[in-house]
Design a protein around this ligand. Sequence first.
Ligand code: SF4
Length: 82
Amino acid sequence: TKFNTDNNHSHIQVTENCRNEKLAARLVAACPAGLYKFEDGKVIFNHEGCLECGTCRVLAGGEIIESWEHPVDGYGVDYRQG
Ligand code: SF4
């Protein structure tokens, strides 16, 4: 599995300030790549290493996740077996 990260654009946009701490904690626990942190009431996200599984969108779309798109062509995860 390889990653070609778009360093100029994150394909996922998140709300930094989150009042729903339970949802933020679930998001941190659910991301299989461990890309979310929740510290001092703020959601911290780094798109490097995203597996494009969509779990965060299903879990927190419209609340913490402001927008979710696949990376533009040529960027993102490249799975070894499809
Ligand atoms: Fe994590 Fe999957 Fe969301 Fe990427 S799409 S940030 S791997 S939960």
